[in-house]
Design a protein around this ligand. Structure first.
Ligand code: RIB
Ligand code: CA
Length: 315
């Protein structure tokens, strides 16, 4: 790996068990240079998401990672959280000690802006695993960052799978549709991992057993998280396992061949209370609007979980 250029990334996240597994996957992958991890309010309030990032880094033995707290509420709307899915701590499923590694004093939004302005143009990839509030605020403050970002790979939205908070809206976009609109209108090259693809990444019993068989404290935490996190969606969808959303963002950077999708136009509903946060994805290209996102729909699920087992084993 030393002779290959590492891909510089910033992870913006609201852990959340699936976010935490995505963070572990990134930290376990020498292809990636994690410049920093920024917390956003989402699954649980900011005070918990920033702690959960640090708990996850400490679990991986990576206390040198720079962790920042960003926005504690959406740009315009009231915060809506998901303890009903993730539990009161956001990382229910295993008890982890209160973190002792430092939280950086710089605000996460300022870190995102400063890093993108300082790093060479088109060298930093943003990986967003939660509501897009931090990125939306950064774009509003310094619009020119849009032309300097290499790519933004996000988990969010849904079309063929509908929504998971309302029939129309997926959680990350629903929580902050105004930030999402700024991102999709920004001109940043965007790769979307919507429910259409994450619903193909089911944490079946067989897949969880393969992770448990790794037999480390990290794999024990991951299986504890998965067994807690999946129960809500198993009940809702009647499936063996629940969809593992956020690690798809990191897996795409490591093995893009696991995915297939289409370059299309995506716009965000920010007005109608019935469909607020809907990703209006023109998959059949019925409108002649500019294509602003690659919308993933296909996944090699076995390859995805093999990658997770392979990398988690290396922590
Ligand atoms: O809808 C799924 C998304 O919402 C995931 O990112 C999950 O962590 C929650 O943030
Ligand atoms: Ca998330």
């Amino acid at each position: 790996m030393s002779d290959r250029i590492k891909r510089k990334i910033i992870i913006d996240t609201d852990p959340g068990q699936d976010d935490a597994i995505a963070i572990l996957l990134a930290l376990a992958s020498p292809e990636l240079e994690v410049l920093g991890i920024t917390a956003v309010a989402g699954n649980v309030p900011l005070e918990l998401t920033q702690q959960n990032i640090r708990k996850t880094c400490e679990l991986a033995g990576r206390t040198e990672v720079k962790v920042y707290a960003g926005a504690n509420a959406p740009m315009k709307r009231k915060l809506f959280t998901a303890e009903y899915v993730h539990g009161a701590t956001g990382l229910n499923g295993i008890e982890l000690p209160k973190p002792t590694m430092p939280l950086q004093s710089q605000n996460g939004v300022d870190f995102i802006i400063e890093t993108i302005m300082k790093q060479p143009e088109k060298s930093v990839t943003l990986c967003t695993l939660g509501p897009l509030t931090n990125v939306g605020i950064a774009l509003e403050r310094v619009p020119e960052i849009a032309s300097r970002i290499k790519e933004l790979v996000m988990m969010g939205g849904g079309l063929f799978e509908g929504g998971n908070v309302t029939p129309a809206a997926e959680f990350n976009i629903f929580v902050d549709p105004d930030a999402a609109k700024l991102v999709f209108d920004s001109g940043i090259p965007i790769i979307v991992m919507p429910l259409d693809v994450t619903h193909k990444a089911l944490t079946t019993a067989a897949r969880i057993e393969k992770i448990r068989a790794i037999g480390t404290s990290v794999s024990t935490a991951v299986t504890g998280w998965l067994e807690f996190f999946e129960r809500f969606d198993e009940d809702k969808y009647g499936t063996d396992g629940g969809p593992l959303h956020d690690p798809n963002v990191i897996a795409y950077l490591l093995k893009p061949e696991l995915y297939a999708g289409r370059h299309i136009n995506v716009e965000i509903e920010t007005k109608s209370e019935l469909t607020i946060g809907m990703t209006v994805a023109d998959y059949w290209q019925v409108m002649d609007k500019p294509k602003n996102a690659i919308w993933m729909t296909e996944l090699d699920a076995d390859g995805f979980f093999d990658l997770i087992v392979e990398r988690i084993s290396q922590i």
